[in-house]
Design a protein around this ligand. Structure first.
Ligand code: PBG
Ligand code: ZN
Length: 327
């Protein structure tokens, strides 16, 4: 007779039993698909370092989002990619009312209304000629001079109908500046998803290629967080929550699951993770060589985000996962 009382293997014996006791579940409704919006019409250009992801003009974006909605993707995060000629030292094209992001927001809202949650990235780096996320004075990123610009950019997106604006610049005080500007215009219903804990990460490589937003000199370590720091993440999140952030975010995701867990335990706010471009492209590259099984690896990663405590997963794999019936 067996002396074992606990046999965890009992509940692993069939798919039905495993599914019954699974602690983490995934749902299309928690996924956010990012998009890169470019000027022009009829544009749909693949991004070499991010297989399956494209630069799209507004008309093509609307068609893509329509197909994605049928798959169950109900939230998008928009990044504007202006022509190089639009870039200036202060990145003012970022808050033009007729820029690619406001036009995309308006078109998506007109076509899909409340069916779709439209979120927009708020940051100057794609619009500054030096590629930094803030204005430069005396060779430094000038925090406080950058805030009004970020607020104007968020306003342009909110006026066009964005449901959520998402500042990714990491300037101190930007959530308060944006909240104040929105409220002053009666846009009290527009939510802020703050990239609260955004690390100075090498995992953004493919994105910077895609967004043409690599800094022209230096790096982003004077504003993005040091990957060596975990406690500081709580400080950043606390400030954002106090300034009025509605959703907190940790970015990148995979290398920072301890931070996700810390924020989950410390804050009641919804928590997003950004499964960034480098994380996506590493899986793609390995899968293309047959070194890992793409579907299994992606789901394993997403369950890790869920176990750590994430509510929302921003991922370039959303469309492929749903089209492939992975969930
Ligand atoms: C811009 C921004 C970046 C990302 C989102 N917003 C790049 C950066 O900070 O250099 C990264 C997204 C990704 O890698 O998928 N502030
Ligand atoms: Zn930026």
């Amino acid at each position: 007779m067996s002396e074992l009382v606990q046999r965890p293997r009992r509940l692993r014996s069939t798919p039905a039993i495993r599914d019954l006791v699974a602690e983490s579940r995934l749902d299309a409704r928690m996924l956010v698909q990012p998009h890169f919006v470019v000027p022009g019409e009829g544009v749909s250009e693949p991004i070499a370092s991010m297989p399956g992801i494209e630069h799209q003009s507004v008309d093509r974006l609307v068609a893509t989002v329509e197909r994605d909605l049928e798959l169950g993707i109900r939230a998008v995060l928009l990044f504007g990619i202006p022509d190089d000629a639009e870039k200036t030292p202060d990145g003012r094209a970022a808050f033009a009312g007729d820029g690619e992001v406001p036009r995309a927001v308006a078109a998506l809202k007109e076509r899909f209304g409340e069916e779709l949650a439209v979120m927009t990235d708020v940051c100057l780096c794609a619009y500054t000629d030096h590629g930094h996320c803030g204005l430069i004075r005396d060779g430094r990123i000038d925090n406080d001079a950058t805030l009004p610009h970020l607020a104007r950019m968020a306003l342009a997106h909110a006026r066009a109908g964005a449901d959520v604006v998402a500042p990714s610049d990491m300037m101190d005080g930007r959530v308060a500046a944006i909240r104040e500007a929105l409220d002053a215009e009666g846009l009290v219903h527009v939510a802020i998803m703050s990239y609260s804990v955004k690390y100075a990460s090498a995992y953004y490589g493919p994105f910077r290629d895609a967004a043409h937003s690599a800094p022209g000199f230096g790096d982003r370590r004077s504003y993005q967080m040091d990957p060596r720091n975990g406690r500081e993440a709580l400080l950043e999140a606390e400030l954002d929550a106090a300034e009025g952030a509605d959703i907190l975010m940790v970015k990148p995701a995979l290398a920072y699951l301890d931070v996700v867990r810390d924020l989950r335990e410390a804050f009641p706010l919804p928590l997003a993770v950004y499964n960034v471009s480098g994380e996506f492209s590493m899986v793609k590259a390995a899968a293309a060589r047959g070194w890992v099984e793409e579907r299994q690896v992606v789901l394993e990663n997403w369950h890790a985000f869920r176990r750590a405590g994430a509510d929302i997963i921003i991922t370039y794999h959303a469309r492929q996962a749903l089209a492939g019936g992975w969930l």
